[in-house]
Design a protein around this ligand. Structure first.
Ligand code: HAM
Length: 429
């Protein structure tokens, strides 16, 4: 085997210590906060029928055109590894009864896009997504944006920027496309090759092009809202007004498009200054998706967790500082101390104390080295003397103080380290 055999596929990563501490912290904080906003978790399959995505994300989007991992399975079914979470959630909701039409759902998990890997762009990445189904009104959009800001703040992120725009109503699309074609007519020659195609197919996508020549052209265009209905403009105004009352700072960006086609009305994106070219931490908006004979409306967003983690580590957060230290490491000299320590370790664990010991009967020196590596708060040492006396040496690894204690004292001493109520120690008092 070459060393490459030990690497994951390009654009995909193993998530392990020390970063995993940060992943777990983010997930725990998010679950707490999401339940405060009355959202419940949903876990949809990672594989879906390809048409679930093709029909909902839009067949002129880059995700559907170039980035989906699609294949035919042994039964000849056309399947796709989910490139995002919304379509699967909507498929789930559409298959439920009337109750689910007002669902408030969130998901955390891997997504797959066959993009050219580069800093901030992975082929397997993770999203935390939120979907509030039903309630098609500006207050629901504002609530989702407020939750988004709250979550980023709770994770400790600062210097993020939230930009908001509208995609208008479905009826506005043709007017926007015509208006943009008209405004771009004399500038067509200056656009990149992809944007030439976009001009015909979906000129809105031109606003999203990252090429300098196209950006220059786009900078001179009128805002898309100028081609939209009064209803669409009023809806956005109402969302912005509610956000102001909730004191959520957002910036209106009339050129913000978003890369997926299912949006109607409000769209938004969150960027972070520390991220470089791929600076979008999160994106979201209101959508209406039709699957079979059902249309499901909702509003939501998804955050790219790799990017959230990159922004947090860029801000100086050290994942190692989040590692949980064991309370106790048990060290034994001699076979009978080893046997007794095995039993004590199990008892301690059953009572909520985190602890460990060397299981291979290695030397005292090796055991102390392992205790240091584990970075435990305390070490319990038992040798011949302690076995005879029925006592324990308890060493506090922070201040180095070592005391000889009997069982009730030992238990009492460990209690403050763990906040566990020990019935035996209560008796002793
Ligand atoms: P999206 O903008 O395609 O929206 O993705 C959301 C976030 O996922 C991005 O802002 C970014 O942080 C992260 N992301 C996307 N692609 C990659 C990649 N290749 N590598 C690393 N991170 C990436 C959606 O997916 C919509 N489903 C969001 C939504 C939910 N809208 C309504 N509800």
């Amino acid at each position: 085997m070459t060393s490459d055999s030990f690497q994951p596929i390009q654009g995909m990563s193993d998530l392990a210590v020390p970063e995993i501490h940060l992943w777990q912290r983010l997930e725990d904080t998010a679950r707490d906060l999401l339940s405060r906003y009355a959202f419940r978790e949903v876990r949809t399959p990672i594989l879906e029928r390809t048409d679930v995505f093709e029909r909902s994300l839009g067949d002129t989007t880059d995700v559907v055109r170039k980035e989906m991992y699609s294949f035919e399975d042994r039964g000849g079914r056309n399947l796709t590894l989910r490139p995002e979470g919304t379509a699967g959630v909507i498929r789930y909701v559409a298959g439920q009864g009337q109750d689910a039409q007002e669902a408030r759902l969130y998901y955390i998990g891997p997504m797959f896009r066959s993009e050219r890997p580069q800093a901030g762009r992975r082929r397997q990445f993770h999203q935390l997504g939120v979907e509030a189904i039903g309630a098609p009104c500006p207050a629901a959009d504002a609530e989702a944006i407020a939750l988004q800001a709250h979550l980023l703040g709770a994770w400790g992120l600062d210097e993020f920027r939230m930009e908001v725009n509208t995609r208008g109503l479905p009826e506005d699309r043709a007017r926007v496309a015509d208006g943009l074609r008209d405004a771009l007519k004399t500038k067509r020659a200056e656009l990149c090759e992809d944007c030439h195609r976009r001009y015909e197919e979906n000129p809105l996508r031109i606003l999203d092009c990252k090429k300098t020549e196209c950006r220059d052209v786009v900078a001179g265009l009128p805002p898309v809202t100028s081609f939209m209905s009064v209803e669409a403009r009023d809806y956005l105004r109402d969302v912005l007004q509610i956000l102001k009352r909730l004191e959520i700072p957002v910036t209106e960006n009339p050129r913000l498009v978003r890369g997926l086609d299912y949006y109607v009305h409000t769209v938004w994106e969150v960027t972070h200054v520390g991220l470089g070219a791929q600076d979008a931490l999160s994106g979201g908006g209101r959508y209406a998706l039709t699957l079979g004979n059902k249309t499901v409306e909702g509003v939501g967003f998804a955050m790219g967790l790799e990017r959230v983690i990159a922004a947090l580590t860029g801000q100086g957060m050290d994942p190692k500082s989040l590692a949980e230290r064991p309370d106790v490491w048990l060290v034994s000299q001699g076979a009978s101390a080893f046997d007794e320590n095995l039993v004590l370790m199990q008892t301690l664990r059953m009572r909520g104390v985190s602890c460990g010991m060397d299981l291979q009967g290695r030397s005292m020196k090796a055991q102390m080295r392992a205790a240091n590596r584990a970075d435990s708060r305390y070490v319990i040492i038992r040798g011949e003397h302690e076995m005879e006396e029925g006592t324990f040496q308890l060493k506090n690894m922070e201040d180095g103080v070592q005391e000889e204690l009997d069982m009730p004292d030992l238990i009492q001493r460990l209690t403050p380290a763990t906040d566990i109520a020990w019935p035996d120690s209560e008796e002793k008092k």
